[in-house]
Design a protein around this ligand. Structure first.
Ligand SMILES: O=P(O)(O)OC[C@H]1O[C@](O)(CO)[C@@H](O)[C@@H]1O
Length: 241
């Protein structure tokens, strides 16, 4: 695992966007794994700029998002479908049929997990998977205690995750308690992984990641098993490490 320390959110976002742009340019049919949350917002803005300046063409790009809340329709402003459309998809030339986000309102969510997993498998490997990290070390919505070989599945969100994400909702009671997420096993099959970490609130998670102990109690530690992972960390998240 390669760690890169950068000054701030802006530098982290620029470095991450450059890496994604390079992978998109290098491949005839790039497959990207995408993340939501506040951490990747800056990099999506830069990718949109790069597209507008004619630097990147997304017409052959395929994307798979990590997760979605169960119970939120695609047009709900808190859904990850909505997030992706607003922050990236509607601003670039990626064909709608190339973008994939698990459905949180499927009639049979277990079947949706199987279908989403099959779709990823049949597309081939994800070339570059972008990841944020939860304060408790979650990746996607894989909470502490999740098996490292699990595939796309349904999760009960941790109380700490619900509290952390309540900032996006009117009230904590509006935060869904369940989500569908790509599994850690699925994530680890990506050819390359890029994790981005910003802000003081993530210092404890960074400490654990840098310590290098591999444990299901800290889902992000599964990345130590991956042969090609880069982690970009800003100074605020790095802290005294
Ligand atoms: O970037 P944020 O908003 O701190 O979120 C961290 C993580 O939490 C999630 O948003 C899910 O809670 C992940 O998708 C993300 O990687």
């Amino acid at each position: 695992m390669k760690f890169i320390k950068v000054k701030d959110f802006k530098e982290m976002s620029m470095k991450a966007a450059e890496m994604i742009a390079d992978r998109v340019k290098e491949s005839e049919k790039p497959v990207l794994g995408l993340a939501t949350g506040s951490t990747p917002e800056g990099l999506y803005k830069i990718l949109v700029e790069k597209y507008k300046q004619g630097e990147i063409d997304f017409s052959n790009t395929v994307t798979f998002n990590l997760d979605e809340y169960i119970g939120l329709p695609d047009d709900d402003p808190q859904s990850y479908h909505y997030f992706m459309n607003e922050n990236l998809f509607k601003h670039i030339n990626i064909p709608a049929e190339n973008t994939h986000v698990p459905s949180g309102i499927a009639e049979d969510v277990q079947q949706e997990c199987r279908d989403y997993e099959s779709l990823i498998q049949s597309t081939g490997k994800i070339d570059l998977q972008i990841l944020g990290i939860g304060k408790n070390g979650h990746i996607g919505f894989n909470e502490p205690g999740t098996a490292f070989d699990i595939r796309t599945h349904i999760v009960d969100l941790d109380e700490t995750t619900i509290q952390a994400n309540a900032r996006f909702f009117d009230s904590i009671d509006d935060v869904p308690t369940k989500a569908i997420t790509m599994g850690i096993g699925t994530i680890l099959e990506s050819k390359e992984i890029l994790m981005i970490i910003s802000g003081e609130g993530k210092q404890e998670a960074v400490t654990k990641l840098l310590q290098g102990e591999i444990s299901e109690d800290f889902p992000a530690s599964a990345l130590h098993k991956h042969p090609n992972t880069t982690v970009i960390i800003d100074e605020a998240a790095w802290g005294d490490n």
